[in-house]
Design a protein around this ligand. Structure first.
Ligand SMILES: [Zn+2]
Length: 411
């Protein structure tokens, strides 16, 4: 199920639940029930759930290997948890009074998520669990349609946080299948697409066409020539990469700050989820295609937006013409019937009847693709390039989903 649908379902659940529930819809028996269950079994499975025994067995086996107590609770999503999930480890640890790793996993449809907290005995040696998680490059690849893979990984991460041992590689059966490679190709034969040379008047057609193209998009279809490294001054690319890295670090800091707030309301949780979604996509782009100017620029845009979301300021679209510019606060006509967000200088330039220089990438031309010319990125084929397709999120605010490949799940 796609992130979109899940989100919608969660929102609907809240809308349906809120009118009939009092403002503080506490079901305080939940922590009590879990703690009571833990007296006989440290893997608590809510009786409303059907969890395969093999999953429970894997969790037990990994917990048995760890050098601290592991308390696990598997529960269905309820309105109470929407309010109190983040307090649950504290509430539970207060009931047992024991140090250890406390993991609460919540299932919505078939999607598992949750919280965890490591309470260490005797002093505060070792690393922060969140920092170990943040460094775990496989974290985002662990499947979440069953509970054990994520829980096993959390136990491993906690072990690293606890005694500094190296984090083992995740089991391959716990990983999402690899994404189809986005290989840059420099063949010129497809360059004569309808998107090239449309110029100012063509954007509406461009937007409509790309929608059609995207609907028909198939995995593995050839990606378009974008060899930004060859022509862009390398200093420029290094600078954008540096800015992207800085933005990613700052977004992470903002999210951690948000998560430390004592009361995480539904609105704050939504902001955190939005920020995480954008930040994860930024990290994916930055890690997968460090030498691709479009990808690194996309990472910069998404990381900036992740920080805006976490800080609670409005998430702003980028300048359509050059997303490395300041945010697109002006809306300027572009083409016959389209408005695009633009930064002040680009808007002013357009107001004088000139086309902004724009973010330029190289495109191979000629029969053998031996020579290169630089072109504004929006003249490239949007097929298979989410940055071009969305104008870096300026045309449609779904760059993060497209990068994560989740839009394909809907179809
Ligand atoms: Zn601009």
């Amino acid at each position: 199920m796609s992130a979109h649908l899940r989100r919608l379902a969660a929102l609907l659940a809240v809308l349906v639940a809120l009118p009939v529930l009092p403002a503080h819809a506490a079901t305080p028996s939940l922590p009590d029930r879990i703690a009571a269950g833990w007296q006989t079994d440290r893997v608590f499975v809510d009786p409303r759930l059907t969890v395969p025994l093999s999953e429970v067995a894997r969790i037990r086996a990994e917990a048995a290997k760890s050098s601290f107590a592991v308390y696990v609770a598997l529960v269905p999503r309820t309105p109470y948890l929407r309010e109190s999930l983040f307090d649950l480890p504290t509430l539970l640890q207060a009931r047992t009074g024991q140090p250890g790793l406390y993991i609460v996993r919540v299932v919505t449809d078939e999607y598992w998520s949750g919280v965890e907290e490591l309470y260490r005995p005797g002093g505060l040696k070792g690393r922060d669990l969140n920092s170990v998680k943040g460094d775990d490059k496989q974290r985002l690849d662990i499947v979440d349609n069953r509970p054990a893979p994520q829980i096993v990984r959390i136990i491993q991460q906690a072990q690293t946080a606890y005694d500094g041992r190296a984090l083992p590689a995740a089991s391959t059966t716990d990983l999402e299948p690899p994404r189809p490679p986005r290989r840059p190709s420099s063949t010129a034969k497809e360059d004569k697409g309808a998107f090239i040379g449309l110029g100012v008047g063509g954007l509406l057609g461009f937007a409509l066409t790309l929608t059609l193209v995207l609907r028909r998009r198939r995995p593995g279809s050839g990606s378009k020539a974008v060899e930004s490294g060859a022509v862009q001054p390398s200093g420029y690319q290094i600078e954008i990469r540096r800015q992207a890295d800085q933005a990613i670090t700052r977004a992470g800091q903002s999210i951690r700050k948000l998560e430390k707030r004592s009361e995480l309301t539904v609105a704050l949780l939504d902001r955190r989820d939005d920020a995480n979604r954008r930040l994860d996509a930024a990290r994916t782009l930055r890690a997968d295609q460090p030498d691709d100017l479009l990808a690194v620029t996309g990472a910069l845009v998404l990381a900036r937006q992740a920080r805006q979301a976490a800080d609670g300021s409005a998430v702003r679209p980028p300048c359509f013409f050059d997303p490395t510019h300041r945010a697109g606060t002006a809306h300027v006509p572009w083409g016959d019937a389209v408005e695009v967000p633009a930064c002040r200088p680009c808007a002013e330039r357009l107001g004088k009847g000139k086309t902004p220089h724009g973010l330029r990438v190289s495109r191979s031309v000629g029969l053998l693709g031996r020579s290169h010319e630089t072109v504004p990125y929006w003249t490239l084929d949007p097929k298979d390039n989410p940055m071009v397709a969305t104008g870096f999120g300026a045309l449609t605010d779904d760059l993060a989903e497209r990068v994560s490949g989740r839009l394909d799940d809907v179809r």
